[in-house]
Design a protein around this ligand. Structure first.
Ligand code: GLU
Length: 607
């Protein structure tokens, strides 16, 4: 999920790789490392923490070589530590690899190799790649890479070096990006353009399961049948700044666009064969008579959505508490309560305090976090990881979506264990959840309507978000997102509450964003829409069951159809884009707010 750089050429690979890693630093990481090949074998320097510390270590150890690989890691399996950092070597020190992604069947491979006497040193999923490649290697490196890749399930971008082939650097990828850069003095592999831009702007984009064999003087490409393939290079014209954001203007937009992949990875880990699945299966929900979800900010809103889904599917009472309030309210939790703590960083101080309070009172705790080895992950009884990768922008988008996906899957699993749903119903619900990544991708391909509409809202002083039931929960997130990044006042209301006072705040041209994905409540929310329009409001109506026709005061944006329990995952994408485009069009100050991500990130990862 983070960064890879590799080099083979006429120059010392070490400074080139370190510089490449620095240029990938913006992607976020928790550890880093480098391996170079020379006459004595591999020199490996790797450690948890900042890149500057790695640089110092590398400089002191005077490693040198004309071929090497470097990595910035965002842990998905095994907490950030020196030993879990990449590169990883096979136990005979013959193969060295760097890996971005997730190997889903790593347990099976590891068990198989352990039975053959191979000893593993790390807790990562990635080490199996080095060990397996070494195990398969019989002299022909391309053959080895093909066999290894065929055995792997999951996602990978790989840089591979083999002692038997000192003149070849090898790359292959599936579902994670990898580019090949060609320069005068040598050739590169990298997970992103900025890592090579100082040396070349001529790059090849590797497609899934294409193998690149790099030598000092050239690159050859092969398919999995070992047939040579022809690829055309592309000339990059982006500046370094825009290349860092994958061509997007801000990290927030880049992260919004990453959501289909994040959803896919997270759903796979929890509904497929990943570690999250094992955790979910090990939890005996029948022991609890209540669920309390506690969190802050957007994570609290994810909990609000989760509550509706849990209650509908499991018929267990669920409360959602702000973590900052929880410990001061003498909370009623005991060993019959499952307390779910949601936090992107796993270090949110109020959420840590709430978790400790819940544990002190004997509750069983389950966390949903994005950072492996974080305080909340370590201290809760059960931990589920969102597979969102590092989130750089201050306003959360992709981590929020991953939290929702885990809550849905958890709710379905609990409902099944409690016999509230049949096998068929479980299958139907899981396949609806599995359709989210494609539907999200479809939405992100055509969002010009929301973008255009947002531009017209830049001058709004106040924006209301309304919805009913689950749509109300996601309206809260839409409103928070807008406040957070655009500095426009905003309130979220349950549609039915408007009449209790608030409606007097609606004036000529006040903007109301209404959400409608709960089909049974359509007439109700539509009547709210009519009420506010009759008071002069203009309405942006977002949903997948809307029957109204657009008008002067009514803009309608359709969402793909999906079971309404999971529709928040789709509506939130347009709500995020709406906030982003309102903010981005508001002027420089706001652009700076969207951009002020590094401070937050640094604090979070390297406190
Ligand atoms: N899954 C691997 C690990 O946890 C790779 C993580 C990454 O992409 O940085 O080490």
């Amino acid at each position: 999920m983070c960064g890879i750089i590799g080099y083979i050429g006429n120059e010392n690979a070490v400074p080139i790789i370190l510089d490449g890693l620095k240029r990938l630093e913006y992607r976020g990481y928790d550890s880093s490392g480098i391996a170079v090949m020379n006459e004595d074998g591999f020199d490996v320097v790797k450690q948890k923490g900042r890149l500057s510390a790695l640089e110092e270590l590398v400089t002191r150890s005077s490693v040198k070589g004309f071929m090497g690989i470097g990595h910035t890691r965002w842990a998905t399996h095994g907490e950030p530590s020196d030993i879990n950092s990449h590169p990883h070597l096979g136990s005979q020190n013959k193969v060295a690899i760097v890996h971005n992604g997730i190997i889903e069947n790593y347990r099976q491979i590891k068990e198989r190799l352990e039975q053959k006497g191979i000893e593993f040193v790390s807790q990562t999923d990635s080490e199996v790649i080095a060990q397996l490649a070494e195990y398969y290697h019989a002299g022909d490196i391309v053959e080895t890479v093909i066999r290894t890749a065929n055995a792997l399930e999951g996602s990978y971008a790989l840089g591979i070096m083999c002692l038997d082939e000192p003149d070849k650097l090898i790359a292959i990828k599936k579902d994670n990006p990898l580019i090949i850069g060609v320069a005068e003095h040598g050739n590169f592999i990298a997970s992103d353009v900025p890592a090579v831009l100082a040396h070349t702007n001529k790059v090849y984009y590797l497609n899934d399961k294409e193998i690149a064999i790099l030598t000092k003087t050239g690159v050859e490409f092969y398919n999995m049948d070992r047939e040579p393939i022809h690829k055309e290079p592309e000339i990059i014209t982006w500046s370094l700044k825009s290349a860092e954001k994958g061509g997007y203007e801000h990290f927030m937009l880049k992260e919004i666009m990453e959501q289909p992949k994040v959803l896919k990875d997270t759903i796979q880990s929890a509904a497929g064969d990943g570690d999250n699945r094992r955790i979910i299966e090990s939890l005996d929900i029948s022991k609890f008579n209540r669920i309390v979800i506690t969190a802050c900010g957007s994570a609290y809103n994810a909990g609000m959505v989760g509550r509706y889904v849990f209650e509908r599917l499991c018929r267990i009472p669920v409360e959602v508490e702000l973590a900052s309030e929880f410990r001061y309210k003498d909370p009623i939790v005991d060993y019959n309560t499952l307390v779910i703590i949601i936090s992107q960083s796993g270090e949110t101080a109020d959420s840590i305090a709430a978790m400790r309070e819940a544990r002190r009172r004997g509750a069983v705790t389950l966390s949903i976090v994005n950072v492996i080895g974080s305080t909340i992950a370590k201290e809760t009884d059960y931990t589920l990881y969102t597979m969102a990768g590092p989130e750089i922008a201050v306003a959360t988008t992709k981590a929020f979506s991953a939290q929702l996906a885990l809550l849905y899957i958890l709710a379905v699993a609990f409902a099944k264990k409690l016999n509230r749903i049949s096998d068929e119903e479980e299958g139907r619900l899981l396949s609806e959840i599995a359709s989210l990544p494609d539907k999200a991708a479809e939405m992100l391909e055509k969002f010009d309507a929301i973008q255009k509409y947002a531009v017209t809202c830049v001058g709004c002083k106040s924006i209301f978000f309304i919805g009913r039931n689950i749509d109300y929960a996601i309206a809260m997130e839409g409103s928070l997102k807008l406040k957070e990044i655009s500095y426009i006042h905003s309130e979220a209301y349950a549609g039915g509450e408007l009449k209790h006072g608030t409606i007097s705040l609606i004036e000529e041209n006040t903007l109301v964003v209404a959400i409608s994905c709960c089909e049974g409540l359509y007439e109700k929310i539509y009547s709210n829409v009519e009420q506010v329009i009759s008071r002069g409001a203009k309405v942006l109506f977002i949903g997948n069951c809307i029957k109204a026709v657009p008008g002067e005061k009514l803009e309608i944006i359709e969402l793909p159809k999906i079971n309404e329990m999971f529709a928040s995952s789709l509506s939130v994408i347009y709500l995020q884009l709406f906030s982003y485009y309102v903010a981005a069009n508001k002027g420089l100050d706001i652009a700076l707010i969207i951009e002020s991500m590094h401070r937050t990130y640094e604090k979070q990862i390297f406190p």
